[in-house]
Design a protein around this ligand. Structure first.
Ligand code: MSP
Length: 661
């Protein structure tokens, strides 16, 4: 058994999380879950970067303290990670006392090494990057990294003797060429260091929101020295209990975006060398998500919010898409079209159909019993698992999933060729089904890190015990007992989806900031007001034909949580089809004390005239939403039969408006 310590960057709290932040954290979660399944003692750290000028400025614009801003935004991170099924072991906030203590302990080591001195500094400074840049790198008054405007700043500052570490760093890169991955990024970093390193300013007097410099409190520590230290402070470095530090440091992998490579591959190892601490094993700089080939930015209004996708399709679908769609090292483009194509082709078709077909046949032909099979797939499935593991070990989720999809598509072919449905119950058919079930069991095991909800459902439906990779053999001696599995990944009707988003969602969902020139502070301000009707709430107001996977495998809720949902009987007074929709029906519903307009997705199954006069249960306290431009103030409840919504009725007559408890 080995050990594995993985970290994500800690995210700034001057912005709410978007798909790019979700991406890095999902990749890290994938690696962490894989290593846990492998039996490694695993530690997965994420968190928030709460100090610095950006946060101070955003808070000031809102007229609140930076701490209040951080406290608010951090909740969004917690909520998103929960929704995405992120399995981090720790969440560090740089405003926590444990962190500040550790940072000062680290600074002590830099000072003790003679690497810190005080001097006055004047030069071009980029507020956005929170960094000084050498004069010769400034092009037309813009910073070299992002083209942000720079201003000349003069400051008395503490400096770190980064220049001393040029040679040791180059030696590190030569000795450990995989210190930075992928290779192309290693080359960039090496070239940067070869270009010469100047000493680094590690304190600021121009801001107050940071860790005060000990003994000279008009200075606060440079936010990057503060932030990078999180990787050790979270393990208890500099605290009374550094046992986790002893167990897990050095980190196996700092997973970060390509934009913050220099901080992790140059400054951070230099700080660690100065402090005499071991260096992380790998720094991986992943590529970025763009939106339809453009960089996401608030001013373009194309920043993708992951929540609507999670609400409608569940965590697994989004996780799978992010991991599978683009290679980790390159940039990729996020679009609803690509997302739905993956969902329909890979998840609903290839995987979902295989699992439901196989479990159905096993149930019908063998009462679920999975026998020994004939061994014809054993070597093939084993090789796919090996390819998968090798790809994960070289930090390549996409290739890992491709290896498993290769197996899944071979399994589908295997069934088509052998046609076990044509000779039900024969020894040949039963051997085919058992063989395929054993191979699917291995595929499901490998899919767990990507799909922590759906994959265990497959294993469970096959009736095998869950195992880890160490025990992930063909399981010759284990017998399964299958139960039919349906609704794993319902197919999405793309035409209906885009029609539903229509004008309200501008044909896409999840983007925010559209036309929003009001700036960060206002956007955050809006968060505290009654939420506006927006496109992502739309699906909540129709009864979805099949509950999304996230809801199927959700953890249990308390009675108090359930009580927050107000259910009432409503009598349908009027009903008519929503123009241009084959699914939506606009109803006027009587709840005794008031009448409400409610739109429901029941039009394929029920004609409007069948609805009028009926009393049905409704969700009464749902936020309003617009469905194809029509406002809906509640949701009609429905069961589902083969993907069709089936309305519910009361056995006795109940008065309109009566509460359902
Ligand atoms: N606070 C610093 C990191 C300190 S780590 C010691 C920071 N925060 S950030 O919130 O701006 O960015 C965090 C991460 O999100 C970075 O790794 C960045 O690359 C990543 N992403 C931001 N936008 C992204 C995309 N559009 N796509 C993929 N990742 C992106 O930098």
């Amino acid at each position: 058994m080995g050990r594995f310590y993985i970290t994500t960057p800690i995210y700034y709290v001057n912005d709410y999380p978007h798909i790019g932040h979700a991406y890095c954290t999902v990749c890290a979660d994938f690696f962490a879950r894989y290593h846990r399944l492998k039996g490694d003692e695993t530690h997965f750290l994420t968190g928030t970067d709460e100090h610095g000028q950006k946060v101070q400025k955003s808070a000031a614009a809102e007229g609140i303290t930076p701490q209040a801003l951080a406290d608010r935004v951090v909740e969004r991170y917690h909520a998103l990670w929960k929704q995405l099924r992120i399995s981090h072991d720790d969440f560090i906030r740089t405003t926590q006392a444990r962190h500040e203590k550790g940072v000062l302990a680290l600074l002590d080591r830099l000072v003790a090494a003679g690497d810190v001195y005080k001097a006055s500094y004047r030069g071009p400074y980029c507020v956005s990057c929170e960094a000084f840049f050498p004069e010769n790198q400034i092009v037309e008054g813009k910073c070299p990294d992002f083209g942000h405007p720079v201003t000349v700043l003069e400051e008395e500052s503490y400096f770190f003797r980064l220049s001393r570490y040029q040679e040791p760093l180059l030696q590190l890169y030569a000795e450990r060429p995989d210190f930075v991955l992928p290779q192309s990024r290693m080359n960039e970093v090496r070239a940067f260091v070869e270009g010469g390193l100047k000493d680094l300013s590690i304190s600021r007097t121009s801001i107050t929101w940071g860790i005060p410099y000990p003994g000279d409190e008009k200075h606060v520590l440079y936010v990057w020295l503060d932030a990078l230290s999180n990787y050790v402070t979270a393990l208890g470095y500099g605290s009374d209990d550094p046992s986790k530090y002893g167990t897990f440091w050095p980190a196996d992998l700092h997973l970060i975006g390509k934009d913050i490579l220099r901080f992790h591959a140059v400054y951070w190892p230099a700080f660690l060398m100065s402090a005499g601490l071991p260096l992380p094993k790998h720094v991986y700089g992943h590529g970025w998500w763009m939106k339809d080939a453009s960089k996401m930015s608030k001013s373009l209004g194309n920043v993708v919010d992951p929540r609507p996708y999670l609400e409608e399709f569940g965590a697994d679908a989004l996780r799978y898409f992010l991991l599978r769609e683009k290679p980790i090292e390159t940039d990729g483009s996020f679009s609803d079209e690509a997302f739905l194509d993956r969902l329909n082709a890979d998840l609903a078709n290839d995987l979902g159909n295989l699992a439901s077909r196989l479990t159905n046949l096993l149930e019908r032909q063998a009462k679920g019993a999975i026998g020994p099979g004939d061994g014809s797939l054993k070597a093939h499935a084993g090789a796919a698992v090996d390819r998968y593991c090798a790809a994960v070990e070289r930090f390549s989720p996409r290739e890992a999933l491709e290896a498993i999809w290769g197996l899944i598509s071979d399994l589908n072919k295997f069934l088509v060729e052998r046609e076990p449905w044509a000779k039900p119950g024969t020894p040949e058919a039963l051997a085919t089904l058992s063989e395929a079930a054993r191979a699917l069991r291995l595929a499901a095991l490998c899919l767990e890190p990507a799909m922590p909800e759906a994959a265990p459902r497959i294993t469970e439906a096959l009736g095998f015990e869950r195992t880890d990779f160490v025990n992930a053999r063909w399981a010759d001696r284990q017998s399964g007992s299958a139960r039919k599995l349906t609704g794993l990944f319902p197919r999405v009707d793309k035409a209906e989806y885009f029609a539903r988003l229509g004008k309200d969602g501008a044909g896409e969902r999840g983007s925010r900031g559209a036309g929003d020139k009001r700036g960060e502070a206002r956007e955050m301000e809006d968060e505290k007001k009654t939420p506006e009707v927006n496109a992502h709430q739309a699906p909540a107001a129709v009864a979805p034909p099949v509950p999304p996977p996230a809801q199927q495998a959700q953890e249990r809720i308390s009675i108090d949580e359930f009580r927050r949902v107000e259910l009432r009987a409503g009598k349908i007074l009027e009903a008519e089809r929503v123009p241009k929709s084959n699914k939506l029906v606009r109803m006027v519903v009587d709840f005794g004390s008031e009448r409400r307009q409610i739109v429901g997705g029941i039009g394929k199954k029920y004609a409007p005239e069948q609805l009028v006069g009926r009393t049905c249960p409704f969700v009464y306290n749902l936020q309003p939403a617009k469905l194809m431009g029509v406002e809906s103030n509640g949701m009609i409840m429905a069961g589902n039969l083969d993907g069709e919504p089936i309305l519910l009725q009361f056995i006795e007559d109940v008065p309109a408006g009566s509460k359902i408890t």
